[in-house]
Write a protein of this length. Sequence first.
Length: 105
Amino acid sequence: MNALIVYVTTPDEASAGLIAGALVEERLCAGATVIAGARSVFRWKGGTVETSECVCLLMTNQANYPDLERRVKEMHPYEVPCIAALPVQSAYPPFLQWIEGETRS
């Protein structure tokens, strides 16, 4: 199995909850962790932006990533959302089995 943790930032908890709930319901990810209160500083359109954001960590597998990315883009309020898939190189085997069992095949 090729497990992934997909890192997504959103402007607020409402957006994060909407995205996380839809992806879990559609079985594009087995679960999501929403972390409120993140502080982001980044370059955007020639300037520096500092803002509060929410971080979503989505547990999925490689096979579901293309559909997960598409759905995040459809629901996300940002023009260019942060969607970054991080491969899971090592993990507790029952956790990996859970991801596989709770996502689309």
